[in-house]
Design a binder for this molecule. Structure first.
Ligand code: GSH
Length: 185
């Protein structure tokens, strides 16, 4: 989304985590990884910041230190707390944690869904001014949107979204951006 928002051309090369081509850049084998000229980079936030600062186009993190701090705070919150709960302990469990018969193993999911409403309430308040943590589109929105798209694919996430009016309006509006349409899985 960051490259799209900036109008930066890129080649998207699908690769599996822990494949040799990924490990050549990130010894941990985690995606995403990026190559630009002689720079090889891992970690989504580092990649996003590099694209934002190395290329022309409107900045996705403001120049003013206090405004930037607020955006960075929300990127970190999404990348840690929100990602842990929505992706690692919910979406990934639904998608990949199956028993021998192919049924979803629900232990982690059933613990997580008790905590989903509180996280949704925090995010619902955080987008009240139209964007995550404020009234303009920033890098924080690029980090939240893909996770919000994924969490709604499963019933409890969908229900929480339906109970979060600000977040629903936010998601509907930002889904119309070309950067989201071009990158949504
Ligand atoms: N902190 C890293 C996390 C990267 C990450 O966990 N990527 C996932 C895919 S979204 C992955 O490669 N998972 C494979 C695994 O955990 O083995 C970042 O923000 O880039």
């Amino acid at each position: 989304m960051v490259a799209q928002e900036k109008g930066v051309a890129y080649d998207h090369i699908p690769a599996m985590p822990h494949s040799d081509e990924v490990k050549a850049i990130n010894p941990l084998g985690l995606i995403p990884v990026m190559r630009h000229d002689d720079l090889e980079l891992s970690e989504s936030h580092a990649i996003a910041r590099y694209i934002d600062t190395a290329f022309d186009g409107s900045a996705l993190v403001p120049g003013d230190p206090k405004a930037a701090a607020n955006v960075n705070r929300w990127v970190s919150t999404v990348n840690t707390a929100v990602d842990q709960m929505f992706m690692r302990k919910y979406v990934v469990e639904y998608a990949f944690h199956k028993d021998a018969d192919g049924n979803v193993v629900r232990d982690v999911i059933d613990e997580t869904i008790k905590r989903l409403p509180k996280m949704f309430a925090m995010l619902d308040a955080a987008v009240a001014d139209g964007f995550l943590g404020g009234d303009t589109f920033t890098m924080a929105d690029c980090f939240l949107m893909p996770i919000l798209a994924a969490v709604q694919n499963f019933p409890e996430g969908k229900a929480c979204m339906e109970n979060s009016p600000n977040l629903q309006a936010y998601f509907a509006k930002l889904s119309e951006r070309d950067s989201f349409k071009a990158t949504a899985a």
